[in-house]
Design a protein around this ligand. Sequence first.
Ligand SMILES: CC(C)(COP(=O)(O)OP(=O)(O)OC[C@H]1O[C@@H](n2cnc3c(N)ncnc32)[C@H](O)[C@@H]1OP(=O)(O)O)[C@@H](O)C(=O)NCCC(=O)NCCS
Length: 204
Amino acid sequence: MVHLRAGTAAREDVEGIVALSETVFADASMTAWRAHHVHAHLDRFPDGQTLVRLDGDLVGSSTTMRVTEQAAMADHTWMEATGGSTLPNHDPEGDVLYGLEIMVHPDHRGKGLGRLLYEARKVLVRELGLEALVIVGRVPGFDEAHTQDRITLETYVEDVVAGKRTDPVLTKQLAVGLEPADLVPNYVVDPASHHCGVRLRWEP
Ligand SMILES: CC(C)(COP(=O)(O)OP(=O)(O)OC[C@H]1O[C@@H](n2cnc3c(N)ncnc32)[C@H](O)[C@@H]1OP(=O)(O)O)[C@@H](O)C(=O)NCCC(=O)NCCS
């Protein structure tokens, strides 16, 4: 029998989260969490750090912080929004839950674990009485589509939203009920997404 457990991360999970991050982001040319980053997340906002274990193995994690509505919806880069990987911009009074990172081990994608982590974020929004969950998500399928079909990011996102194309990340975020708001150019160093993100929002 498969044993699945989702819950709030703790100090003993730090090593596992770092290892997962190295596995997930090694092939995406992006920066992985380091141990002192994850410790800072737990110092600043322990309730916002969630993980999922499958048969005891740490296979998914979600990192969030609180920000104001204005900060969540302003033009910003990942660095400006977060203040950096140790979350100095976490605002304990902020009325928006801001998703910084979510990841599932490549061997376990497509099994509903990402859904579990997004649902945990929604539960937290409700429990804390917040206005919304906001994320700026990746579109890692864009580079290939752009190379093959010379389409713009706007067209690519429209196609994914219409179900005409499938993106490895955006398609899943739409499936869990996040609503696209706008595009955020130069959001984060992410060659596959041409460094752009799609801002998505969910309200309880
Ligand atoms: C994004 C990520 C966390 C999703 O995790 P996952 O475990 O693969 O997601 P799930 O299996 O729970 O799928 C989520 C939903 O998308 C749906 N989905 C998956 N593939 C789909 C497809 N081709 N078409 C339509 N819906 C699809 C699933 O059915 C599920 O919806 P459901 O619960 O209603 O069935 C994972 O792909 C990942 O770690 N990616 C790399 C890291 C990353 O880029 N993170 C995002 C940063 S913004």
